[in-house]
Design a binder for this molecule. Structure first.
Ligand SMILES: Cc1ncc(COP(=O)(O)O)c(C=O)c1O
Length: 425
């Protein structure tokens, strides 16, 4: 079973020109050509309202927390508003939202706190498909005698081997850590189904939604997961990370913290002074996505409804770009695309594609395209297990092309001619 894709309910089309107008950096020229940002999986561009929110924070609310004066009170109000924005994004309560430096740092801290309660022989399940940020923090618990079991993939389509997953979840499993979508090959995992399997074994479910967040609506209530992380810089916000944790877990597990800091959750999970100006930017990023929804259909009554509508607009749009890109790539004999390529199965993938061109080093291709103002990534993108499993790690990994809602068909066509030119040169 795959995660159900959302279908647009009418024939409205997504207004990409309007969306692009919101992002000043999309006007950047390199070598006399308009930059094509196909590097979204490593971090997306930022709309003007996010930049304004960060600047306004410095102008009017720049202070530390809980002071007896106006700017500090404004700062505290901003933090509450940002928690409420992320709560709408996750579909949870505001006190189930934790801010942190990035997904990796948050996950190491959470794993360490959960690890306090584990004993030698307890098991944690991770996967070969995942970014190392959802592997290394759990593997660090091997030092305590925790046993890590790694679920394999089906190589032919880069999906999780669910039979292997079922075998690896046992009565000893305490936590299952799975990505929502692969940041290398775009596979969307059936995380709702996996959550049920984890819970049936009495284990907690931790979802890394970093790659999924710009491509699909997150609903932690519907998923019933225990924890879910994502990073706002992948969904049009600033460089930070956020965690959803079920309230009872955030209250029960004990984070490592300094004595004077509060024991109250969720603040007790936020060690030290936060990057508050960027938290202001996170709220603006969520509001931007809601505005995408309202621009598409003005009838949304709440921010959560507007967020739902936004993805109803962007998911089908991204799929048209994906289809165009894959058709173009498949017409180039030298190109090998990893992962799901059958359009009938596009519900099971998002618009992130990895490829190789014969034995050419991916850095060479990225450089060739970069010189033509087309920005792609090369390497393993920290999806280390997958890069090794596919046998590409010693060869420089793959070339990754990421499409988000501000990309256009024209950019896809430019990329395809760039690749054709590379193959011919
Ligand atoms: C799927 C996935 N998980 C985790 C991470 C790590 O996120 P962060 O940079 O916020 O630590 C990334 C970053 O690329 C990612 O793509």
């Amino acid at each position: 079973m795959s995660t159900p894709a959302m279908q647009s309910t009418d024939s409205k089309t997504f207004d990409v020109e309007w969306a692009r107008e919101q992002f000043p950096s999309l006007k950047l020229q390199v070598n006399g050509r308009l930059a094509a940002f196909l590097d979204g999986p490593a971090g997306t561009q930022v709309p003007k309202q996010v930049m304004d929110a960060v600047q306004n924070y410095f102008l009017s609310s720049n202070a530390n927390t809980y002071g007896a004066f106006e700017t500090s009170r404004r700062n505290d109000a901003m933090l509450l508003a940002a928690r409420a924005a992320m709560a709408d994004f996750f579909n949870c309560d505001a006190n189930e939202v934790v801010f942190g430096q990035n997904m990796t740092t948050i996950t190491f801290a959470l794993a360490r706190a959960i690890g306090r309660e584990l004993k030698p022989g307890d098991e944690i399940v991770v996967t070969t498909l995942d970014h190392d940020g959802n592997v290394a923090p759990w593997r660090a618990l091997e030092e305590k005698g925790v046993v890590i079991r790694q679920v394999d993939i089906r190589e032919q389509d880069c999906t999780l081997d669910l039979d292997d997953l079922k075998r690896k979840i046992t009565a000893k499993t305490k936590l299952v850590a799975v990505g929502y979508a692969s940041n290398m090959v775009g596979t969307i995992n059936p995380v709702a189904e996996i959550t049920k399997l984890a819970h049936a074994a009495g284990a907690l479910m931790f979802i890394d939604a970093v790659h999924y967040a710009p491509h699909g609506l997150i609903d932690v209530k519907a998923l019933d997961c225990d924890f879910l992380v994502c990073s706002p810089y992948k969904f049009f916000g600033p460089h930070m990370g956020t965690l959803y944790g079920k309230r009872e877990h955030l209250q029960r597990f004990k984070p490592y913290k300094v004595r004077p800091a509060t024991d109250t959750s969720p603040e007790c999970w936020e060690t030290g002074t936060q990057v508050q100006e960027l938290i202001a930017g996170i709220a603006a990023a969520v509001d931007y996505i809601a505005e995408v929804g309202r621009h598409y259909d003005a009838t949304a009554r709440t921010r959560r409804e507007a967020l739902q509508t936004a993805y109803l607009a962007t998911v089908p749009y991204e799929r048209t770009l994906l289809t165009r890109l894959l058709e173009g790539l498949q017409a180039i004999a030298e190109v090998w695309v990893y992962g799901i390529t059958d359009p009938k199965r596009f519900d099971e993938r998002c618009s992130t594609i990895s490829l190789r061109i014969g034995e050419h080093h991916p850095t060479q291709i990225a450089k060739f395209l970069g010189d033509r103002a087309i920005f792609t990534w090369d390497g393993n993108f920290y999806a280390m297990n997958l890069s090794e499993r596919l046998g590409v790690e010693p060869k420089g990994g793959v070339l990754r092309i990421g499409l988000v809602h501000y990309n256009t068909a024209e950019e896809v066509d430019r990329l395809l001619s760039g690749i054709r030119e590379f193959v011919a040169h």
